[in-house]
Design a binder for this molecule. Structure first.
Ligand code: NOJ
Length: 527
């Protein structure tokens, strides 16, 4: 386990929209370089960059045409090496996004694979042997190649699935996992990883990590075997490198060798997992209107539903890897869509005081809003969470000097749109709340990734929710009414309180009392 990961707080950057250094309307790597001090001062110690490789951008870069080339719109390979070097000087690690499951239809491997006559790349992707649009439960595409076959896709039509074989092949076109051509696919992906690790990156967030072997068994053991082999390679050659899965099944992902996994609603082939995103953030329902997010003051949220799924994962992985909670990401509506600033602060306070390695999505620290926009680069409803970072008032909110109609996406033009500059000046701003919480997390190991979590009070529909981390008790009362709960005879000194009302929140002689919409951290008094 790379030791640095234990103290890490990640900042996710969607490179298109962070900071445009050359005035072409699109964010770039030199732009990220210019903002490293901002990221460090915020309290983040690691970055995850969404894919920044050469691509036709039919899925915002998750359709890679050349794994080893930085997309010209973001800069050059030298720029990213400079980013690794400068980030490291400031104590910041950098994860790239590894997309192992599919490439762009324009990748040279696919161009060869689609040719009518057999060649070295024929089996690099999954092709059926006839005219069909679904094959063995997999979505396949016709009419795009001269091959007398259809190809399997992982996501969009432009993202053909790489061939890692089938767990239990039952058709002639399905190769077994140990077929030499599948071994070549695996080695090709390790080669990509080595390429970037050799240039100085610190590891990868891994896209659709559970998707590699098709027709997996219920435990994804075929795909897990591939990752265990990757992990053995990392342990032997790059022991400081980290891999964080987009699997949404921490027990499986960490069992497969990942150092961490996100908790998102995500289908992993064995049924839909609906953890953090559904119960805590209720991301999709924020769009449809039936919001049950736990942190809403009038919400119908139930932290127990989250805990019932979270805790078994936590108990299973706590000594081996990290569960990552996120403030948001490039695929889900921003929480600010219908969270008030206070609700956002409560949610972040929870995320930053739970075990594991948290991820902060760019702009969430100021409460950037979800905008209703036309789809861009395959974003669909996700586009509204990908708008330019709002640095300051004035031209394009400080994101770019380009004319507004040349921007990658429009900036939030509302007069009260939050900006970094304004929030830096306001001690009570969300930005300063995030800074304070992250500073506290950095200062107190018991609030960090590894200290034990114990639930002290979590009753369905009855706030507050109270948990213990080492020598601290943490309480959150999202409801608008005051609430209290018994806590094991404990008493503590307040270390941090976020409350809209002046009456004190307290932890005294076994009772935790909280005002409406409040959050508190108490240091336990030694008897
Ligand atoms: C998950 C990524 O987060 C998403 O943005 C992408 O569209 C799909 N995987 C396909 O790569």
């Amino acid at each position: 386990m790379p030791a640095w990961l234990d103290d890490a707080v990640f900042y996710e950057i969607y490179p298109q929209s962070f900071y445009d250094s050359n005035g072409d309307g699109v964010g770039d790597i030199p732009g990220i370089l210019e903002k490293l001090d901002y990221i460090r001062d915020l309290g983040c110690s690691a970055l995850w960059l969404n894919p920044c490789f050469d691509s036709p951008f039919k899925d915002a870069g998750y359709d890679i045409r050349d794994y080893k080339l930085i997309a010209p719109r973001y800069g050059t390979n030298d720029d990213i090496v400079r980013l690794f070097t400068e980030a490291h000087k400031k104590g910041i690690r950098v994860l790239l996004d590894l997309v192992p499951g599919h490439t762009s239809e324009e990748h040279p491997w696919f161009r060869k694979s689609r040719e009518p006559r057999p060649n070295e790349y024929w089996n690099r992707y999954i092709w059926t042997d006839r005219w069909e649009t679904w094959a063995s439960g997999l979505k396949t595409i016709l009419g795009e190649a001269d091959r007398n076959a259809s190809y399997v896709v992982n996501f969009f039509k432009s993202q053909p699935a790489l061939n890692y074989g089938f767990f239990k092949p039952d058709q002639a076109w399905q190769l077994p996992m140990d077929h030499p051509d599948c071994a070549v696919t695996r080695e090709a992906m390790k080669d990509v990883m080595r390429f970037w690790l050799n240039t100085g990156c610190d590891g990868f967030r891994v896209d659709m990590a559970s998707s590699l072997v098709k027709f997996d068994d219920p435990e994804n053991s075929g795909t897990a075997g591939i990752w265990r082999d990757v992990r053995a390679m990392l342990d032997a050659e790059y022991p400081e490198a980290a891999i964080i899965a987009e699997w949404s099944h921490p027990r499986r992902a960490i069992g497969a060798g990942f150092h961490g996994d996100f908790l998102l609603a995500f289908t992993d082939g064995s049924g839909s997992q609906s953890l953090f995103r559904d119960y805590v953030m209720d991301a999709e329902n924020r769009v449809t209107g039936e919001d049950r997010s736990f942190f809403k003051k009038d919400g119908k949220g139930d932290i127990r539903r989250f805990l019932d799924e979270y805790l078994p994962h936590y108990e299973a992985v706590k000594d081996k890897g990290h569960i990552s909670l996120v403030t948001g990401n490039h695929d889900i509506p921003r929480m600010a869509l219908n969270f008030s600033p206070q609700e956002l602060a409560l949610a972040y306070a929870f995320i930053f005081t739970m075990p594991g390695v948290p991820f902060l999505y760019y702009g969430d620290e100021i409460g950037m809003r979800y905008l209703n926009l036309l789809s861009k680069e395959g974003g669909y409803h996700r586009t509204g969470s990908r708008t330019p970072m709002q640095w300051k008032n004035g031209r394009n909110k400080g994101f770019s000097s380009a004319p507004a109609d040349k921007l990658y996406l429009p900036v939030d033009a509302s007069p009260d749109a939050p900006t970094v500059e304004a929030q830096e000046k306001d001690p009570a701003s969300l930005l300063n709340t995030v800074k304070a919480l992250l500073a506290l997390r950095r200062a107190e190991k018991d609030l960090g990734s590894t200290a034990n979590l114990k639930i002290l009070y979590a009753e369905p529909g009855k706030p507050p929710f109270i948990y213990r981390r080492g020598s601290f008790v943490i309480g959150v009362n999202p409801g608008k009414e005051p609430a209290e709960a018994p806590v094991d005879g404990l008493t503590g000194e307040p270390v941090y309180v976020l409350a809209a009302e002046p009456e004190p929140c307290m932890l005294e002689r076994g009772l935790c009392r909280m005002t409406g919409q409040s959050f508190g951290i108490w240091k336990l008094r030694k008897n």
